[in-house]
Every structure is written in structure tokens, then in C-alpha cells.
Design a protein around this ligand. Sequence first.
Ligand SMILES: Cc1cc2nc3c(=O)[nH]c(=O)nc-3n(C[C@H](O)[C@H](O)[C@H](O)COP(=O)(O)OP(=O)(O)OC[C@H]3O[C@@H](n4cnc5c(N)ncnc54)[C@H](O)[C@@H]3O)c2cc1C
Length: 519
Amino acid sequence: MDKERHAIILEALQSAIGKENVEDSLSVMMAYHRDWLPPGVLNPTVPEFVTLPDGTEQTQQVIKICNRYNVPFIPLGSSQWSVTTAPNRPGTLIIDSKRMNDIVEIDEKNMYAVIEPYVTMAQVHAEANKRGLYLGSPEASAQASAMAGHVFQGMWGVGHRLGVGHRNILAMEWVLPNGEILQTGSWSNSEKTRFFGEGPGTDLRGMLRGLAGALGGIGMVTKMAIKLHPYPGPKAFPCEGMIPNHTSTLPPERFQWYIIKYPTLEKAAHAMYEISKAEIAGVLQKWPTVYYNWWWANSNEEYWETWKEGVWQKHVKYAVAVCLWGFTSEKQLDYEKGVLEDIIEETKGKLIPQEIYDKWVPRTANNWIRDTNGSRMMRPSGTFAALRLPFDTIHSSIDVCRVGADWVEKFSPPILDCDAPDWISSYDFGHFGAAETDFPLEKNVDDLGDIMQKLMGMMKEDLTHRIEGGFGPFLGGAYHAMAGSIFYNYGKLLGGIKKAMDPNVVSNPPQNYPVERED
Ligand SMILES: Cc1cc2nc3c(=O)[nH]c(=O)nc-3n(C[C@H](O)[C@H](O)[C@H](O)COP(=O)(O)OP(=O)(O)OC[C@H]3O[C@@H](n4cnc5c(N)ncnc54)[C@H](O)[C@@H]3O)c2cc1C
């Protein structure tokens, strides 16, 4: 580190946002330098500064200083996706959003909330529930930042009914990588309106995140208006017992879970289509067997003992999980129950045994409505990896899952025993399906490094064969650059936008598209 340069930047930052809001001590820097992959895979470095701006203007000042001195910066929400928030180059500055933690407004009548970046999904959820409103929660857990969820993935348990997070964004106050401020959606017309996502002209939500993932590569959003949805549940989310022995049961006259077993993945997917066609349910998922254990087990010992007994392998393989919501009334729930029971009969599904239902549902199921257990996914091994993550149809997800399952079996060990990790989610009443194959694996440099190489090999194969609908792993970095060539070269467009908005290439490079600085 050049001491003179460091001192100049430090002074500029301190005079912009206050001495107490800028850190450069080694102990604090160490706290911001890790990701959840083992050392040797991404090799993050220690940052040079951590800043805590409060609000749009202070964030703008920090970003302008970064541009003046060519300092790469990374915006943080709760930093759970640390594979893209851990610094990957020397001299990085972290913009930690901790001081921007207010729910600025909730408008019950027009059903939206205005949030700052550090507000969690759980905070929004708790406040919204009091008003009969609702926001989905990704399986990263509701303790993650609601705004980061919206700018990154926003794939949540209730996507069958509410769709993906990007359509939830109504307005943004967005500090661009070059330090200019842009207001989008309703706010581009008037500060007072916050209820529609498109402003005049092009819908700029696509420019920020597209289907998934700006990854801090295109500035920092400092305020956002988000849509809230009708919620037939109680004002406080029900939760009984002491951690980790929590259970949660929503009022049975408004919410009803079903876990329906099918003999094959195809039959499960067919049932998902039938349920979608009937336009019923709030949650519709085909979880992999291992997910039942991930979300359910209260300790690693319980996890492995239950897995060895084969409880879930026997009862929930190829099961479809449905939660019916009586959005408008108890009568609606009764109607949906009738429809679903007819579909179960027609598709020859079988409800799982009551004993297994009682073991799993109260402890685990409502995590798909407000999640707390998602991070348990990392517990068996301390990390996880994923194969292709296509956003296409439920039907196309079948093959992706099957290829994924074969691949996982081939490299197990060091991939830990997890049956076929075939996750299919329905979005927008089945108009759109997402497949994911997540798996736990030995967290050591050699094994993980080797698997990452094999994953990259698989990606190269995908490129050669131009596999549509699926490409991964979605870790950031080179993702869009590689995936772009499959999806009509959208990456080039993204690179052009990045170049225009981030001329000094300071916004979390190489996210969201690797471009070179033009001197
Ligand atoms: C075990 C596990 C399970 C997960 N499951 C899901 C899932 O089911 N669905 C899903 O959608 N996601 C999932 N994720 C991914 C991710 O953690 C979530 O999307 C989460 O909601 C992101 O919030 P965060 O606070 O963790 O983001 P962070 O890690 O803080 O940020 C994510 C990215 O967005 C950038 N960013 C953060 N805030 C801003 C901002 N204000 N402006 C601009 N850029 C910003 C960061 O630089 C970073 O690159 C999962 C992650 C883990 C570890």
C-alpha cells in the first residue's frame, strides 16, 4: 500500500462522511475479507477502507472519491453472497450499508414500502404483516437485506404466486458507478409516486439487474420502493418454542400444506403444471430429498443420523410441496383444497404418511413463507456449490436436474451424499420454472478446487454445445460474459452499459461484466 496515497484518500473520505464512519484498521479490514468458499478458490484480499455512509448524498460522495482515485468499491447488503462481496483486488473500499437501515415508509393503501439497503426481509415482512401485507423471502434467509435480494436474485419461496423480485421494484434512487444519481420508475416522474415500476421510456430495472444479478457492478442503490402483496396471515408470524426447536403453524383456515409423492420427476413436473393451470396455491415447489434434511435438522448430528436412516429418501423423493393460501377467504381455501385433491387423484399422487408430515411440516415448511433455516444448507460441510441455474420452463428443468444429479453422483465423494439434488420451482403460476442443483461438498482446498475446475469444464462444454436454458454456476464474475454467448450475446450489451456508466471500472470489478478501463 502506498502510504501517501492511502492518507490522501483517508482524509478525503473522512471529510466527506465523518471520521467515525471510515475505518482502515487491520482488525476491521480482516472482518470484511472472507467468502464462504475455502481459501485457495477465490483468494479474496483484505480491503483498504470500510465506509459507512448514511444516505444517497454520502454514498455519492464516497463513490466520487473512488472515481477520483481509482479505488474499486463494493456495496454490501448483509453480505451473505460473500463470493461477490469479498474484495478480489488490492486497495478495495467497502461501502457497508449498516447505517442505512430504515423502512422509510409503508403505504398500506397503495401496497408498497420504501426501504434503505440494510433493511432485512424479516423487518419488512414483520411490518407488512401487521398491515395485512406480505413480501417473499429468498431461501438465503429473511435476515438478508431486502434491497440486496431485489437487486440480485429475488427468487423466493412464494414465486409461484408473486413472481421474481425484479418485478417487485417500483422505484429506485441509484448512485451510478461514476457518482451520478439516477431515479427510476415512479420517482423519475415525481418524488411522491411510488406505485409503478416503469418510468417514461425504457424500463431501467433491466439495466440494473436483468433477470438476475448486478452484483454491485453497476453502482449502489440507496433507496427503493418495493411492492407488497396481500397476506391472509396473522399480524405476527407464528413461532413457538426455543431456538433451534422452533415450530411455526399458520392458521389452518387460511393456509394448508400438502406434500405429494410421485414415482418420477416427470410425473412430479406434470402435477406442477396441472396445479399451475388451475391457478391455485401460494407455494409450489419440487424440493430435492436433501432439502428436507437441510432445512429440518437442528444439528449436524441429527442431520447425518436422519440421513443414514433414509427417512426422507424413502418418503419425499420426487414429492411436490404445495401450500394453499386462502387469500380472500376461508371459502377460497376450501375451493382450492377441492381442486388440489382432484388433481392429486388424476395425477395418481400419494400424500406422504401423516407421521412424516407431522415430523417435517411444523418445524420446516413455513420457511418457504418467511425463511430462517436457509443458511442451514451450508452446515453439513460449511459450503455448497451449484450446477446450472436455468430460468426457463418446469419442463426444461427436468433434464437439467437429471444431468445435474448424474454429475453429482459421479463426483461423490468429495461431493457429500445427497441423493439427486433436483430442485424445481414454479414462478408466475407455472409460466416459468427454475431448476437448481445445489450440493454440499468437502470444504478443503484440494477437493473444492478440483470440483470448481470440473464445473468450469462443464461450463465450457455447455458453451460448445450451446445448451440453452441453463448455465452455471451463478457465482458472479465471468458468468454474464460466458452465458451471454448462449443467450443472444446479451453480455455485449451489458458490457457496453458497464463501460458507459463505469468509465474508471471501479464498481466491484469484474462484476457485472469484465471490461477494461480506457485510459
Ligand atoms: C445458503 C444460501 C441460499 C440462498 N438462496 C437463495 C434463494 O433461494 N433465492 C435468492 O434469490 N437468493 C438466494 N441466495 C443468494 C443471496 O444471498 C440472496 O439473494 C440474498 O437475498 C442477497 O442479500 P444479501 O444481503 O446476502 O446480499 P449481499 O451479499 O450483501 O449482496 C449481493 C450482491 O449484491 C450487491 N449489492 C448489495 N446491496 C446492493 C445495493 N444496495 N446496490 C447495488 N448492489 C448491491 C453486492 O455487492 C453483492 O454483489 C442464497 C444464498 C445462500 C448463501
